[in-house]
Design a protein around this ligand. Structure first.
Ligand code: ATP
Ligand code: MG
Length: 138
């Protein structure tokens, strides 16, 4: 089934000049880009985005990290986009991620892990709606 998912090239990957590497990895995996935005998240926007984690001990640090610099937010589409993106990203902790995954190659630690991907069809729908209107997806 053709699916949509949301990805964010996180501030660590942007500041280390890894936007291009990330995009070519995603293009190689055959994702279509339906929408793309260059955003510097505010604290409120980052808190809202990671709302499900608000009670976690790492939440304040995560919000600081996600607001430290600009990010690239994209809506991606392909067959099985949600699971495929998670596979290409690798495990949350780059040290545990499989060889060849984006997080293994570009991540630094469990927080500074280069890329976000929606984890379910519900979160994909919610996260796409958080950043994009219907008209912006082409
Ligand atoms: P994401 O939602 O960003 O795609 P994920 O689904 O692999 O990542 P989550 O459990 O949703 O992982 O955590 C969201 C983000 O919070 C992680 O990507 C990471 O940046 C940060 N994070 C998760 N666990 C920890 C931790 N134990 N310590 C510090 N930061 C963490
Ligand atoms: Mg997650």
């Amino acid at each position: 089934m053709r699916e949509r998912t949301l990805t964010i090239i996180k501030p660590d990957a942007v500041s280390s000049k890894n936007i291009g590497k990330t995009l070519s990895r995603l293009e190689k995996e055959n994702f279509n880009i339906l929408g793309i935005k260059w955003i510097h998240l505010t604290t409120a926007q980052a808190q809202g985005f990671y709302h499900v984690h608000r009670e976690r001990p790492f939440f304040p640090s995560l919000v600081r990290f996600m607001t430290e610099g600009p990010v690239v937010v994209m809506v991606l589409e392909k067959e099985n986009a949600i699971a495929d993106l998670r596979r290409v990203m690798g495990a949350t902790d780059p040290a545990q991620a499989d060889p060849g995954t984006i997080r293994k190659d570009l991540g630094t630690n469990i927080e500074r892990n280069a890329i976000h991907g929606s984890d379910s069809s519900q979160s994909a729908e919610d996260e796409i709606g958080y950043f994009f209107s219907k008209m912006e997806l082409v």
